[in-house]
Design a protein around this ligand. Sequence first.
Ligand code: GLA
Length: 412
Amino acid sequence: MKYIFVSILILFIGFGASAQENLNLALTPPMGWNSWNLVEKEVDEQILKEMADALVMTGMKDAGFQYILVDDYWVGGRDSQNNLFPDPNRFPNGIKVLADYIHSKGLKLGLYSDAGSLTCAGVTGSYGFETIDAQTFAEWGIDYLKYDYCNAPEDVETAFIRYKKMGDALNATGRPIIFAICEWGHRKPWLWAKAAGGHLWRTGGDSRDVWQSNNQTYTGIMEIFDAQEGLAQYSGPNGWNDPDLLMVGLYGQGKSSSLNGRYKGCTAIEYRTHFALWCMLAAPLIVNLDIRSMDTETSGLLLNKELIAIDQDKLGKQGYTLFRKGNLQVLKKELEGDDLAICVFNRSSEVVPFDFKVQKDLKVWFPLQIRDISNNKDWKNGKRVFGELKPHECVVYRLHKLEQNKLTNSKK
Ligand code: GLA
């Protein structure tokens, strides 16, 4: 019933007031670095500049990671004219100077606020000041706003109205600003967030830096991943399901993501799988790790351009589970030009062999070339994929459709 009411609201006010400026800002899922899990309260100008430099120096910027996203705790308060200002100790030069620096590196800057009077961390939020805050963000040169929902009413109608208020205010500034809706999937935002001006919306709670949390309050990577089942149809260009930040390479470093040290992080294989699964889901790829000191294994993973191309594919289709067989889960993602990505994932803590026929098991009937993009290997046989997977490991194949006349060359 409550969603029927929101649908009516969307019909009446949803598409009326929005300007067109922000419509095509997220044709592919946004990619970048977010401050939350690594630094939380210690976010400041210096670290953000250093992360921007590191994005450029490591090649991550060239690989597509372009947003530096400031999460909670940057706000100092509101001045006598109700303008937001940043914490003066951590941002002594203001946000505009920071934005100029980030832009000079060819990158973009995001900020965080909340649809309540206070953010989740308890600093000043935007409720009641949407127009003035949106203008401030635009004047500073902000390119992305993550908008949280702490300290706000539970019901979906109010959530829609509050998000739309900020969505419209951002549109009205005339500056292209991505609007990231963060209400943790509690009110099925995939049904209404786009009409509120959102370019992406969180589909679940905060991910912790643990493979599986087995805890009803805290979600691990597997719990988040499993919660995406059934949501593929709602995601696409300019409106993405967001399964939350990437824990890749954190190794237990974040405060909340590690529950103050209780979780020690994941293994390198688990981080590889986490990244590959997020690419299969066409998820926003927002890392949290310390890019300044990442090891070569992690940088090799984050710079796997073929894997990133699966995520960033222009068709914008979210992958889905094709089938499960014992502990193996096989996902399929449709790509541009009739190509396909297939991911074979071992959910168990044992080594598991696999052998799948392209036609019988994967249900692909056209002739193709297969490339293992997890391991950078061309697969000579276009009819079958096989191998064995370590615990929690996955492999992603790109299946490239061949024209009929190339069929003979592809035969082994
Ligand atoms: C919420 C969000 C997180 C993070 C924190 C900041 O929990 O879901 O992603 O932004 O708030 O306080």
